[in-house]
Design a protein around this ligand. Structure first.
Ligand SMILES: NC(=O)C1=CN([C@@H]2O[C@H](COP(=O)(O)OP(=O)(O)OC[C@H]3O[C@@H](n4cnc5c(N)ncnc54)[C@H](OP(=O)(O)O)[C@@H]3O)[C@@H](O)[C@H]2O)C=CC1
Ligand SMILES: O=C(O)CCC(=O)C(=O)O
Length: 348
């Protein structure tokens, strides 16, 4: 689950629904023999929504002549978990809540924070909605063609996020918003841009589109713009140059620094709820949204505490310096796998 990635170079943009369905079915006919609930469990990722999971799940079921919880992100009527669509974006915000609380000694929260987000797909939409619910103002979203920067003090509202979600279901671009009389005066659309250098003052940064979407130069600009927290919703959202800029700042500026959280920890809510979906499938039962959300909150709290405690244990840090969440996340993940491999005789 989660850790291994695979995919296809089939671009769904510009294809009909039936072409996408036929591709999904053909892809699964080939893949079915290599996966299974106790072998390897794929989930959606960039460009794959519950609709494609449905077509692939149907092809798997037909191919194997059995029902098992093999794909996650399934539809609610046929084995999916409540809160799985929301889990990555919500989990990201829960993780950052812990960063803010730790850094401010419990005095601050998302309330009143200006939050820059990239992407406008699954992760970005739900991160935006949860951050708004917690009192933040969302100042950007983006897609593969350009960035949307809020010009109105309310920022990007839940209505606008829902409007964008509808556009994305139809595989349309944010450029469509430029023609919407309801929204076009409330933001600036910048063709071909990422949001980072266009946001103005910012407190929290959540890259949530794709890999390598924050460069070293953009990292410097985000720090100049006041950013104090950056956490990846996307996998490998920051370039190594950007991570080096953030980590250097953390060491130099101590309690005044920006604090960086890697995707392997901050976006783990998605795969965690996929795990909960599998647990429900195996037990043949279904938990309520509240139950799943509570478990997700607990998982993200543990994940933050684990990164923090591991960094404190293994990485010497000066007085007042935030522990390195990237080192903590890497070492915690590595030690768990290494210990399990040793117990199972894979190395000696
Ligand atoms: N969904 C999940 O549960 C999880 C996702 N992630 C990671 O989060 C990130 C986003 O995934 P998700 O929201 O599910 O995917 P979606 O397909 O729902 O959304 C992807 C978003 O990123 C934009 N995008 C895609 N490619 C590029 C590019 N080359 N440059 C700029 N923008 C781009 C898309 O724009 P457009 O609409 O124009 O294509 C869209 O706005 C990925 O890195 C994914 O691996 C991590 C953990 C779990
Ligand atoms: O839900 C999953 O198993 C994987 C989610 C995902 O895309 C990821 O963690 O990168």
């Amino acid at each position: 689950m989660g850790g291994g990635k695979g995919g296809a170079d089939f671009d769904p943009k510009g294809k009909s629904d039936n072409e996408i369905r036929k591709f999904s079915v053909a892809f699964m006919r080939g893949l079915a023999k290599h996966i299974g609930a106790d072998t390897d469990v794929p989930a959606g990722d960039i460009g794959v929504s519950p609709r494609e999971i449905g077509w692939m799940f149907g092809a798997y079921r037909a191919e194997q002549n059995k029902w098992e919880g093999v794909l996650t992100g399934k539809g609610g009527n046929w084995g999916g978990s409540l809160i799985r669509p929301e889990a990555t974006g919500f989990g990201l915000v829960y993780y950052v809540q812990h960063m803010i609380q730790y850094a401010s000694g419990g005095k601050e929260s998302f309330k009143g924070k200006r939050v820059a987000i990239s992407g406008s797909g699954n992760v970005a939409q739900y991160a935006a909605l949860k951050a708004i619910e917690l009192g933040a103002t969302i100042i950007s979203l983006s897609d593969s063609k350009g960035a949307l920067i809020a010009t109105d003090e309310k920022g990007i509202t839940p209505d606008l996020v829902n409007y964008i979600a509808d556009l994305k279901v139809k595989r349309k671009q944010l450029t469509e918003l430029a023609h919407s009389s309801e929204y076009k005066d409330k933001f600036k659309y910048i063709d071909g841009a990422r949001p980072w250098v266009h946001c103005g003052k910012v407190d929290v940064v959540l890259p949530s589109a794709t890999q390598n979407e924050v460069s070293g130069e953009e990292a410097e600009k985000l720090i100049e713009a006041g950013a104090k927290f950056i956490a990846e919703g996307s996998n490998m959202g920051c370039t190594q140059d950007a991570i080096s800029v953030f980590e250097k700042h953390r060491k130099e500026k101590k309690g005044e620094a920006i604090w960086y959280a890697p995707g392997k920890a901050a976006n783990a809510g998605g795969v965690a709820v996929s795990g909960l979906e599998m647990a429900q499938n195996s037990a043949r039962l279904k938990w309520t949204s509240e139950e799943v959300d509570e478990k997700l909150k607990g998982i993200m709290a543990n994940c933050f505490e684990n990164c923090l405690a591991t960094a404190k244990e293994y990485v010497p840090s000066a007085e007042g310096e935030f522990p390195s969440l990237v080192a903590g996340g890497n070492i915690a993940g590595f030690s768990k796998v290494a210990a399990a491999m040793k117990d199972q005789g894979d190395w000696w």
